[in-house]
Design a protein around this ligand. Structure first.
Ligand SMILES: N[C@H](CCC[C@H](N)C(=O)O)C(=O)O
Length: 279
């Protein structure tokens, strides 16, 4: 069966969004990988499937290009909020993920704020494979060491470095993503504090590799910088694709504000959804 989709992005972190609220769709990991191939499929950093939810305006399922599922995607949550708000004719929304219920507000200027929920900081929350102080993780690769662990609905390890531009992420990112300290693998951020209100970051995403932006990663970087005493509770995080504004409230919730964009709409050819498609 052919399926309509939207291509959306937040700061160049791009998504195939399939609205399955009226026509349920259950995708296998192999189907997600097929759609995600940038030459033989459509290509995406994350595949988002919208479903109906009895207790929220919408449920969003988040799949990586390797077919794995994630509990959070900050940039896609902004895109989904903007899309669903338009359809429902309201600016304040609730969005459920497998990690919980999020609140979002679409502002008159088009920017969207998502309450990404509380940052979870215990070693079991990240999760780690053994008890460790999440302010100083033991996982290391090349020059990268002494990370801060943060769970934003998905796992993150933030490495502060003198110059984030100089880090060889294609080499060290996958080693750290698969480090034995992280039983569910990990999203890896390298960050340089430019001032107490401005942090530069680059990301190696679990299941996706280098992307131009990662919203949950920007939240994790903000929280990590604040925990280390390097930043104020409201700051700008500068990603390859642009800036996100992050605020860590006293109650633990992390607010993320940034832009959304729609680039095109299309129809998936039925062969991409064929179960026999090679993985
Ligand atoms: N790009 C997303 C994160 C995707 C997370 C995914 N790579 C994982 O946790 O496996 C964001 O804006 O937050």
């Amino acid at each position: 069966m052919a399926r309509r989709f939207l291509k959306m992005h937040g700061l160049g972190n791009d998504f195939v969004v399939i609205d399955a609220r009226h026509d349920p769709l259950s995708l296998t990991a192999a189907q997600a990988r097929a759609i995600g191939d940038r030459r033989t499929g459509v290509g995406f950093d994350q595949l988002i499937v919208l479903e109906r939810d009895a207790g929220a305006d919408v449920f969003m399922r988040i799949l990586n290009p390797d077919g794995s599922e994630s509990g959070a995607c900050g940039n896609a949550t902004r895109c989904v909020a903007s899309l669903v708000a338009g359809g429902l004719g309201k600016d304040d929304l609730t969005i459920r993920t497998i990690s919980g219920l999020l609140g979002a507000t679409v502002h008159a200027n088009g920017l969207v704020t998502v309450d990404m929920g509380p940052a979870r900081l215990g070693w079991q929350d990240i999760p780690l494979s053994r008890e460790e102080d999440t302010l100083h993780l033991s996982a290391a690769a090349g020059p990268l060491a002494d990370a801060v662990g943060v769970n934003m609905g998905n796992p993150h390890a933030v490495f502060f470095v003198p110059d984030a531009e100089a880090v060889d992420l294609p080499t060290h990112g996958p080693v750290l993503e698969h480090h034995p300290l992280f039983p569910q693998r990990c999203n890896i951020e390298v960050a340089t504090v430019l001032s107490p209100t401005l942090v530069r970051m680059r990301v190696w995403e679990r299941g996706a590799g280098i992307t131009r932006a990662c919203g949950s990663g920007a939240c994790a970087v903000g929280v990590a910088a604040i925990r280390r005493g390097l930043a104020e509770r409201a700051l700008t995080v500068r990603l390859d694709g642009g800036d996100l504004h992050i605020a860590w409230r006293e109650d633990g919730h992390v607010l993320m504000t940034g832009p959304v964009a729609t680039s095109f709409e299309g129809v998936l050819h039925p062969s991409l959804l064929d179960e026999r498609v090679p993985a």
